[in-house]
Each structure stands twice: as structure tokens, then as C-alpha cells.
Design a protein around this ligand. Structure first.
Ligand code: ASP
Length: 344
């Protein structure tokens, strides 16, 4: 008898789960059965497919850390029953969710593939079909030893499988909506599925899955721009309960050299607020100390985010703040890669 792989689809919402209302052409969420009925080709995959669904389905602009916990809960509950997992998700915040899940799922040995689409599954020219079919194929794929080909949290879009915590939504219109600027693709889905083995992370086969179920969202992103005022920075650092700041800096991690900025951040560091330096550039890395414009940040106790995306930095901070009370513990783990989210 044929030994089929099995994949669990986790529907969270987004454009991929929508169809056009034939009477007034407005877009409305479809149920799981309706979505799958638009893709009869799934029968040809020789994969056993089951599904669970958020109720109600949500636009990914409404995603909260509690929804990441819900996705992880489905994976944990069904971990032994399936060979892989596909998360259908809106594109707007998919990079945040993929990053968050990568941190939550420690000891992962099975694929967790996020995908979505730019056009609803139920309209002509939709990219939903290709994205979903390929995501399922990749979630089901095993090597000759029976191990998952891609045992990582990854994001599949327009023929590219990327490490989830390296992705960014870069285009609001093109089908080629996601990029991984600082890490190469894991798989290219062209005529053949081309696996770039050396880019794929593989845990020890005996690794046990442990799932984090706590985030602390006392985090803010503060973008530097020419003319930013001391009152603005002070107000942000004075937010009640704030525990961490992602400082979006210029170029290779530079910020205005004004003493007031250094003073505000130094005081915040002394009071236990963690500041992480991530560049506004989409590609490349922070190199603190390379220019004088980042020397003050070192003095102020800022941690380098190296080549992490903003999405990964936010998710990683929420995850670490959920795990540790002490700023020192958070800083120590921010400085090292936990799931291949940065290169140092
Ligand atoms: N607003 C939608 C969402 O992120 C967009 C999409 O899915 O492409 O849920």
C-alpha cells in the first residue's frame, strides 16, 4: 500500500481564504471546504490532507501574539499525527508570524510552511493555487531516510521557499511579494523543486519539540529620521511598562550623534529597557562602531541586531521578554542566533 505523507492545513484567514460574492463582487471569507473546492488539483498530490481553522478567520492585520499561540497549539496537539504543517495566513503580517513561530517551536523536526496569496483563491488569475499546492508538496516531502526535507518554519511564496524569520513583505501588488534579503532561498520551485540543502537547518533527529506559550508585547519600534526631536524619543522611552525598543537606524546601524539621544538611551538601559539596533536598509547588517555615528549607541548599552529583519527582532524580543524577567538574559540571547534569524 502507498505510504502517503499527511499534512495539516491551519487556516487563519487573509486573502487566500476569500472569494468573490457573485451578486455584488465584494470579497468575503470562505470556509475551509469552499477554499479547497477551488483547488481540485490537490487530489493529484497523493498527500492526506486535514485542516483546522481559526473561527472566525481574520485579516492578518489583526494578528496578535495570542493568535501565534493558537497556531502553535494546533501544531503541538497534532505534532505526532502529521508529517508537516501548512499555515494559510494573510500576507500583511505573515513575516511577523513566521518569525514568532520559529522562536516558539524549539526542537522542530517537521516542516511548518506559511503561505498566502495576493489574489483571493476564488478569483481568476489567483496565485493562491500555486502557492498552496507547492507549500503542501514541501510540507509533505521526505528524503530517502524518511526525514522531512525542510524541517524548519519557512515561508513559501511565488516559487520561493525562504526561512520564515528572514522574510519581509516587500511588495503590496506583485505576486512576488516576499523577499529574504539576508539569507538565501531554501528551495526554488521551478520546473523541479530544487532543494538548497546547505541552507536548510536540520535539528538532531532525537530533538523533542517544546512550545513556548508566552509573549510580552511591551515592545516598540522607533525609527530614526533626520530631524527627530528629543521630546519624541523621550516620550517613547517613557511609555509605562516598556521593556524593549527596536531602534531602526540608518545604514550600518548609525543614529544622530547628539548627546541627548545617547543620554536618553543610557538612562533607559540603566533602568532595564533593552534597545536593539536594526538597520532601516532591507539588506545588509548593523556594524556598531564602524562609524562614529554608532559609537554612542555602544556607550549607551545598545545591542546589535546584526542583519535581523525588523519583523524577526520584534518577534524575538516579545518571545524573550515572555521567557525572562531580567534584561541581561534578554540581551544575551538577542546577541546570538537562536533559529538562524541572523548571521554574526
Ligand atoms: N489584508 C490581507 C491580510 O493580510 C492581505 C493578504 O492576505 O494578502 O490578511
Amino acid at each position: 500500500m502507498e505510504n502517503r505523507s499527511s499534512v495539516l492545513l491551519i487556516f487563519t484567514g487573509g486573502t487566500i481564504s476569500m472569494g468573490e460574492n457573485s451578486s455584488n463582487h465584494s470579497l468575503a471569507p470562505l470556509d475551509t471546504k469552499q477554499v479547497l473546492s477551488f483547488i481540485p488539483e490537490l487530489q493529484m498530490l497523493h498527500v492526506n490532507i486535514a485542516s483546522v481553522s481559526f473561527s472566525p478567520l481574520i485579516d492578518s492585520s489583526d494578528i496578535q501574539p495570542k493568535n501565534w499561540i493558537e497556531i502553535a497549539h494546533h501544531i503541538e496537539t497534532h505534532y505526532n499525527d502529521f508529517d508537516g504543517f501548512v499555515v494559510l495566513h494573510g500576507t500583511d503580517t505573515m513575516a511577523y508570524s513566521a518569525a514568532a513561530l520559529s522562536f516558539m517551536l524549539d526542537g522542530l523536526t517537521k516542516p511548518v510552511i506559511f503561505t498566502g496569496s495576493q489574489l483571493p483563491v476564488g478569483v481568476l488569475r489567483s496565485d493562491a493555487k500555486e502557492n498552496l499546492i507547492t507549500a503542501i508538496e514541501l510540507a509533505a516531502a521526505k528524503n530517502e531516510k524518511g526525514e522531512a526535507m525542510v524541517p524548519e518554519v519557512a515561508l513559501m511564496f511565488e516559487g520561493k521557499l525562504m526561512r520564515g524569520n528572514r522574510t519581509t513583505k516587500r511588495n503590496a501588488e506583485d505576486f512576488d511579494a516576499f523577499a529574504s534579503f539576508n539569507y538565501p532561498e531554501l528551495v526554488r520551485a521551478g520546473v523541479h523543486l530544487k532543494y538548497y540543502e546547505h541552507n536548510i537547518h536540520r535539528e538532531n533527529n532525537n530533538a523533542q519539540l517544546t512550545v513556548a506559550n508566552h509573549f510580552d508585547d511591551n515592545v516598540v519600534v522607533l525609527k530614526m529620521f533626520p530631524g527627530i526631536r528629543p521630546e519624541t524619543v523621550k516620550a517613547i522611552y517613557s511609555i509605562s511598562g516598556l521593556r524593549a525598543v527596536v531602534l531602526e537606524t540608518f545604514g550600518s546601524g548609525n543614529a544622530p550623534t547628539a548627546q541627548w539621544l545617547c543620554d536618553i538611551i543610557s538612562d533607559a538601559t540603566a533602568s532595564g529597557i533593552v534597545t536593539v539596533n536594526v538597520t532601516q536598509c532591507r539588506a545588509g547588517s548593523v556594524e556598531m562602531g564602524h562609524y562614529e555615528a554608532s559609537v554612542n549607541l555602544i556607550k549607551a548599552g545598545v545591542v546589535s541586531g546584526h542583519d535581523m529583519t525588523i519583523e524577526a527582532a520584534v518577534a524575538k524580543l516579545m518571545f524573550l521578554l515572555g521567557k525572562y524577567n531580567s534584561a541581561e538574559d534578554v540581551k544575551r540571547e538577542m546577541a546570538i542566533p537562536l533559529r538562524g534569524e541572523m548571521t554574526i
